[in-house]
Design a protein around this ligand. Structure first.
Ligand code: NDP
Length: 285
């Protein structure tokens, strides 16, 4: 005897969560690496997170992903935070380290890895970020920590945008500014990298695009979107039409998932398998 019938457990807590494809990608990765892990996609309603986090401990889960609406609230149930997660003020993944829950935010790091994969570095660059929500906070803080010289934050809600720009100025070496965004946003001419980190264009509203003066996008710019469902956004199409290099949201999704895989298992992630699994899931070549 001595056989092990118990799988290691990880997963995601969120609501809504039914359409989140992360489990398919992570399970393909576990299989590719011969790891006996299971990824559970779990609906946790707002107000139930405390009980759900107790379950992470009680079930001896190796870790968990957090998505809408739990990324900020989870902070109060954790024992430790990474420096970046503390700065960002939100956590998208937790590792259970022998009973101690450690929170990290891999959204922005996944974004930077995706950019690097396309040969783009943010070091010394001027970055303009649309949005000041969870994804925008992670991306703009990680860009600043990775050496971006300038970070412009454009957001409809001025308070959220100003707060994020202030945080970057206070806590990182980058020079941050808030751009008010009431009507068609003019992209600052010195922008090297423009990022849509709003939820505009997300399925089912695939015919929506951020309210930008698209003629202010120049061919020298790199333009990226966080939206991965569908990754062929109108925002990227408009930018591509102006000659800009475009990078869709699938790379960020795969690369944050790859970082999570390694943090949970200690094993290098099979990024190619994860990318292909997601492409198949979205019917892409
Ligand atoms: P939040 O709800 O935290 O933030 C949403 C942001 O979008 C806010 O800044 C909000 O502005 C802005 N926004 C919403 N509607 C509009 C509009 N009509 N015009 C202008 N701005 C608008 O969401 P998240 O940051 O968590 O998620 C944002 C997107 O990022 C989602 O689509 C999500 O799927 C995607 N995402 C992708 C990941 C990936 O791996 N590719 C990882 C994580 C997220 P305001 O403050 O003014 O309301």
């Amino acid at each position: 005897m001595g056989k092990n019938y118990r799988s290691e457990l990880v997963g995601a807590f969120g609501c809504p969560i039914d359409e989140n494809p992360t489990g398919v990608m992570e399970e393909a990765a576990f299989q590719a690496k011969g790891l006996d892990y299971r990824y559970l996609t779990i609906k946790v309603n707002e107000g139930d997170l405390e009980d759900a986090m107790k379950a992470v401990r009680a079930f001896n889960m190796r870790g968990i992903n957090l998505t809408i609406p739990h990324k900020v609230e989870v902070l109060r149930y954790l024992d430790e935070l990474s420096e970046a997660a503390e700065l960002i003020g939100a956590v998208n993944m937790v590792v259970n380290k022998d009973g101690k829950l450690w929170g990290e935010n891999t959204d922005g790091k996944g974004f930077l890895t995706s950019l690097r994969g396309e040969g783009i570095s943010v070091e010394g660059k001027a970055v303009t970020v649309l949005g000041a929500g969870g994804a925008a906070r992670a991306i703009s803080v990680e860009c600043a920590l990775a050496g971006a010289a300038k970070v412009n934050i454009a957001n409809r809600d001025a308070e959220r945008g100003t707060e994020l720009a202030g945080l970057i100025n206070e806590r990182t070496g980058a020079d941050a500014s808030f751009l008010p965004w009431d009507t068609k946003l003019k992209v600052p001419a010195d922008t090297d990298i423009l990022i849509n980190a709003t939820s505009v264009g997300l399925y089912p509203n695939v015919n929506d695009k951020p309210d930008v003066d698209y003629d202010t996008i120049k061919p020298e710019m790199t333009v990226s979107d966080v939206i991965f469902n569908d990754p062929h956004t109108l925002f990227l199409w408009e930018a591509g039409r102006r000659g800009a290099k475009t990078i869709n949201g699938l790379g960020m999704l795969v690369n944050q998932g790859a970082l999570n895989f390694t943090l949970w298992t200690g094993v290098e992630a099979p990024v190619d398998v994860m990318t292909q699994t997601l492409k198949n899931e979205f019917g892409l070549k």
